[in-house]
Design a protein. Structure first.
Length: 384
């Protein structure tokens, strides 16, 4: 690790950065480490920091923190003298590497004070989050494609039935001209063709949502659940599974991406169907909840603690399947964990990731009467 001990503020840090044990820890760290003096000038830059930024320590020593990272926003790049000691605030920094590549760094910083409490600098740890974000996006697309594959088999059968009706009635019209004076056959053909188009439209809408950027908009939560049940209707009929939907406020609105929210419910309902044998009931209940949370009191800018009421919509999905087998519910949210031989183990982790994006939560419980219960909670959109 290269370092610069010039200047009075830097000399106050010299005992720290010249300590052999401390220096060995910095050089051995997989995270980038940057130390700045009281004037926000870089005085230490470890090897991992050089690799992550693409800049040699010699290029950034003595320059500002902003110059080292080339952040698009300098707000909060380094902590100020008045920051509370002992805290490691975490922030996201959109930056440019030396080769011009845009990266997202997760940074954790802490102020450094001398023996009498005077501010003498900052130490920051940072890691490249770009690869993690890319992998998470690919995981969501993979799970979407896996769901489409599972749906496709059902859709082939669902489309096959009305197509057979259409072909049969069309054959009558071709072979026996004038046999439909009242238009009943033509009406039935039109109705069955409309059903085919509706099935295909639902499937295409779900598939296309995987390739576009998410758009968070106010939407009626129950309508998303209803659309998901439409996608699964044939699968449920073939498996002799019925469903019941109870909603205390049918027009409850949340702010989310329709395609992503539909993927959440599709994953959960497919899990329920896969856990059930022939027959049974899947219950879906929606309830409005009011939660009291305490905010504030965690920073100098917001020192007062106060209670706030948050309204949310809770959706309970219960099945009559095999349950959790006595396993810890959190294990099912671990990537690649599955109790199915053919399961990819990404369904529930993807659900949690998608819900996190708009403040939602998901948890899993074992039902006392058998089967499993999934509880999804999403903040209500009060301004609709």
């Amino acid at each position: 690790m290269e370092k610069n001990t010039q200047g009075s503020a830097s000399c106050s840090l010299s005992d720290i950065i010249n300590n052999d044990i401390f220096n060995a820890i910095l050089e051995g760290s997989a995270e980038g480490i940057c130390i700045t003096d009281s004037q926000d000038n870089v005085i230490a830059f470890n090897k991992a920091a050089e690799i992550l930024t693409g800049r040699n320590a010699g290029e950034v020593l003595g320059s500002s923190c902003e110059n080292a990272f080339q952040c698009s926003s300098t707000a909060g790049c380094c902590l100020k003298p008045g920051a509370r000691s002992g805290l490691w605030p975490e922030l996201s920094c959109n930056a440019l590497r030396a080769d011009g590549k845009a990266v997202t760094f997760r940074r954790r910083s802490r102020v450094i004070r001398d023996s009498v409490g005077r501010f003498i600098g900052n130490i920051s740890y940072f890691a490249d989050m770009s690869l993690k974000e890319t992998l998470q996006k690919k995981m969501v697309v993979y799970e979407r494609m896996a769901s489409l594959g599972e749906l496709s088999a059902s859709m082939v059968h669902e489309i096959g039935n009305p197509v057979s009706v259409i072909l049969g009635f069309s054959r009558i019209l071709v072979q026996q001209e004038g046999e439909d004076p009242g238009g009943d056959i033509r009406s039935r053909i039109f109705k069955e063709a409309e059903r085919c188009r509706e099935v295909v439209d639902h499937l295409l809408d779900y598939a296309r949502s995987a390739s576009r950027e998410p758009q968070r908009t106010p939407l009626v939560l129950k309508s998303v659940v209803d659309e998901t049940l439409d996608l699964l209707s044939y699968r449920m009929k073939r498996q002799a599974v019925s469903w019941e939907v109870l909603w205390d406020v049918e027009n409850a609105i949340v702010s989310a991406d329709r395609g992503e929210l539909k993927q959440v419910f599709l994953n959960v309902l497919l899990n329920a169907l896969n856990a059930m044998d022939e027959g049974g009931v899947i219950s879906i209940k929606g309830e409005t909840k009011r939660n009291l949370i305490t905010v504030g009191g965690d920073s100098l800018s917001n020192p007062r603690r106060k209670t706030k009421v948050i309204e949310s919509i809770a959706v309970f999905i219960e099945d009559e399947g095999s349950g959790l087998g006595g396993l810890d519910p959190e294990r099912f949210f671990a990537p690649f964990f599955s109790t199915k031989e053919t399961g990819g183990g990404l369904g529930l982790p993807t659900c949690r990731k998608l819900l996190d994006k708009f403040g939602g939560t998901i948890r899993l419980e074992e039902r006392a009467s058998g089967g499993a219960r999934v509880i999804i909670e999403i903040p209500a959109c009060l301004d609709g």
